[in-house]
Design a binder for this molecule. Structure first.
Ligand code: ATP
Ligand code: MG
Length: 412
C-alpha cells in the first residue's frame, strides 16, 4: 500500500528537533514566569470572526493565509493563524477585563497557508507574551525586556538585534496615511498589484510588502516621524528610556510596520541575519484597540510572538538526549527482582529502562544502543548477597553496590 505523506508545509518534530523545540518552550516559559506571566492555553480553532474582525481585511494573513472551513454544523471556523486575537477573546469570555493587568504567556501551533520554505511552514509554532491592561511605556519596555531575556537565556541574543519603531496614535497615522498615499500615487506604475490594491484600502501595509520592486519604492517613502504628536513623541521617548534602564539594547528602524492591522505606537522586531529571508524571529507591538473589537471595554495592551522553529534553528547546541540507566538481569530470579529495582530507580527520579527480551549479551548491547550511562547487572548470586554490579558505560569500570544504596549511588 502507498505510504501516506505529511501535508505540504507540515513536519514531524522528532529526536533532536523535538529537544530543541522543547528547550525553546521550557526556557521561555521559565523566563516569562520570572516576569510574572502566567501561561494560558486557548483552542487552536476559533469562530472565523475572531480573526477576520481583528487582523484587518487587507492583511496577508486574512486575505491569503487562513485555514477557514465550515464544520459539520455549518459554522465558519478558522485554525488560528496567530494567538493574540484568541487571548483577547479569552480575556473577554472569562470576564477578566475587570482584573487587569493580565500577563499572559502561551506556546503552541499556528496555521497559515503560505509557500513553504526554510523557516516558513503551514503548521508552525509560536511562543508569545501579552501584557493586557497597561497603557504605560514601562509595559512596552518590559515586554521587550522579557523577549530579550529569553533570547539571552537561549544563548542567541548575540545574533539578534531589536529594531524599534513607533506607529503613533490613530490621529498621527491619519496624517501619515495621506502623506503615504501622495507618495505612492506618484509612483503607482512601479508598484505591485497587491500594493496598488492597498493604496486605496490600507497604504501603511505597502511598507510591509516583500515584493522586490515595491521594496525599491518603499526605500524612499516618507517616515512617520514628522506626523507624530508631542504626546506620541513623549511616549516613544519614555519607552526608549525604560528599555535602557532594563538593559535592553535596540536600534531604531522607521520601516517597521508589522503585518497585522491592530498595532499603534510601539512596533518592534527582533531580527537576525543568520536565517536569510526569514530573519524576523520575534515581533510585536502595542495593540490598544483589539480587546474592544472583541466586544470588551477599551483596553490597552502590548505583546509579541516568536517562531519556535526559527529560534530552534539559531540554537548553537542541541540539548543532549537524557542518558538512562539500563537494568540487565542475568538469570531467572534476577528477572523478577529487576522489576522492583527498576521501579525503585524511577521513583528516585532516575530514567531507567529494561530490555523486554533477549539474553544477557543482547540486553547489554541494547543498553549501549540507547545511550545508557550505566548498566545495573543483576546475577542470581549477587542478588543473594543483596548487591548488584554497576557498570559505568562511559568509563567501562565496574563496581559492586548494595541494592539499598543503588538509587543514591546512581543519582550522583
Ligand atoms: P514574516 O514576515 O516572516 O511572514 P510575520 O510578520 O507574518 O512574519 P508574525 O505574524 O509577526 O510574522 O509572527 C511572529 C513570528 O512568528 C515571526 O517573526 C516568525 O518567527 C514566526 N512565523 C510567522 N509565520 C511563520 C511561518 N509560516 N512559519 C514559521 N514561522 C513563522
Ligand atoms: Mg507572514
Amino acid at each position: 500500500m502507498e505510504a501516506l505523506q505529511p501535508v505540504r508545509g507540515t513536519r514531524d518534530i522528532i529526536g533532536e528537533d523535538q529537544r530543541r523545540h522543547a528547550h525553546v518552550v521550557g526556557t521561555s516559559r521559565a523566563t516569562a514566569s520570572l516576569y510574572g506571566f502566567d501561561e494560558w492555553s486557548t483552542p487552536i480553532f476559533e469562530d472565523t470572526r475572531v480573526f477576520a474582525r481583528t487582523l484587518g481585511d487587507t492583511s496577508d494573513v486574512v486575505t491569503k493565509e487562513m485555514y477557514t472551513f465550515a464544520d459539520r454544523g455549518g459554522d465558519s471556523l478558522t485554525l488560528r493563524p496567530e494567538n493574540t486575537a484568541g487571548i483577547c477573546r479569552a480575556l473577554v469570555t472569562n470576564g477578566l477585563t475587570q482584573a487587569l493587568p493580565q500577563k499572559v504567556f502561551y506556546a503552541g501551533p499556528m496555521f497559515r497557508y503560505e509557500r513553504p520554505q526554510k523557516g516558513r511552514y503551514r503548521q508552525f509554532h509560536q511562543i508569545g507574551a501579552e501584557l493586557v491592561g497597561s497603557a504605560e511605556p514601562l509595559a512596552d519596555a518590559e515586554i521587550m525586556a522579557l523577549g530579550w531575556d529569553i533570547l539571552n537565556t537561549l544563548g542567541i541574543a548575540g545574533d539578534v538585534v531589536l529594531e524599534l519603531n513607533t506607529l503613533g496614535s490613530d490621529a498621527d497615522r491619519t496624517i501619515y496615511r495621506a502623506e503615504l498615499v501622495r507618495y505612492f500615487q506618484d509612483r503607482s506604475p512601479q508598484l505591485s498589484e497587491d500594493s496598488l490594491r492597498r493604496l486605496g484600502s490600507n497604504p501603511l501595509r505597502i511598507l510591509d510588502s516583500k515584493d522586490e520592486d515595491d521594496r525599491k519604492v518603499i526605500a524612499d517613502a516618507p517616515t512617520i516621524g514628522s506626523c507624530l504628536s508631542d504626546a506620541s513623541k513623549d511616549f516613544y521617548a519614555a519607552v526608549q528610556d525604560k528599555l535602557g534602564r532594563l538593559g535592553v539594547p535596540f536600534v531604531e528602524n522607521p520601516r517597521i510596520v508589522r503585518g497585522l492591522d491592530y498595532y499603534s505606537h510601539t512596533a518592534f522586531e527582533f531580527v537576525t541575519r543568520r536565517l536569510g529571508a526569514q530573519g524576523t524571529v520575534m515581533a510585536g507591538g502595542r495593540y490598544d484597540g483589539l480587546v474592544a473589537e472583541m466586544g470588551g471595554p477599551p483596553t490597552p495592551a502590548v505583546g509579541w510572538a516568536a517562531g519556535i522553529e526559527r529560534l530552534s534553528m539559531l540554537l548553537d547546541d542541541t540539548p543532549p538526549a537524557p542518558r538512562p540507566i539500563a537494568v540487565v538481569p542475568l538469570g531467572e530470579a534476577a528477572e523478577a527482582a529487576a522489576l522492583d529495582i527498576l521501579q525503585a530507580l524511577r521513583r528516585a527520579g532516575l530514567r531507567s529502562e529494561v530490555a523486554y527480551r533477549g539474553n544477557f549479551k543482547r540486553r547489554l548491547e541494547r543498553a549501549n544502543r540507547i545511550g545508557a550511562r550505566a548498566a545495573v547487572i543483576l546475577g542470581d548470586d549477587e542478588l543473594a548477597r543483596g548487591v548488584a554490579r554497576v557498570k559505568d558505560l562511559v568509563t567501562g569500570t565496574q563496581t559492586e553496590v548494595r541494592l539499598a544504596e543503588l538509587a543514591e549511588s546512581l543519582g550522583r
